[in-house]
Design a protein around this ligand. Sequence first.
Ligand SMILES: [Zn+2]
Length: 200
Amino acid sequence: MPKTEEEKGFVDIVNGRYKPRGKFHIIEKNQPIINKDTGKLAGVTNPRDMTYIHSYGGEAPFFEGIGKGKLLATRCDNPKCDSKGSIFEPFRIYCPDCLRKATIVDITEKARNTAKIHSFIITHRSGAFNTLPKPIKFINVEFDEEVVTILMSVLVVGEPEIGKRVVPIFRTKDPTYTIMDLMFVLEGTPESELPEGFTF
Ligand SMILES: [Zn+2]
């Protein structure tokens, strides 16, 4: 059942401190589990409704970016590092080779012009809380040679094939501020075929 405003938990940061308000734990009546063959009690259900506070830390710019139609990555700019110039997507706060803080770079155009399917998996049965349309077409996205990593995402329009060109789409209308704001479609997909709330 959708929650009312009074049943939701909200968090603000004021003067550098987390300030939760509202409800984060909602109690619900449990139910007995009865063995219908014997009429005896076998256990209980244990309903839990809690709101988890997930801090993005140094990855926050990535999630803010996708809701605004921008794909941010990071790059090692340490002149003494063998990986200097390497771009990381998914977004890495620190270079894994020299452990220096990496520089945030915008790779939206690079993704539009070079992203292609490296490999893919089609999932017919999902786990709990899935909201993606099934079957889910998970794709591993490869960019140009400057980007040294592979990004896991979802192809929402078109059929996946290794080597096919894809372009990113962003949930810029009412973003969720999660990875669900970034998906991919095959290159050449018209804007009218994008899922509700998404733009190129
Ligand atoms: Zn480095």
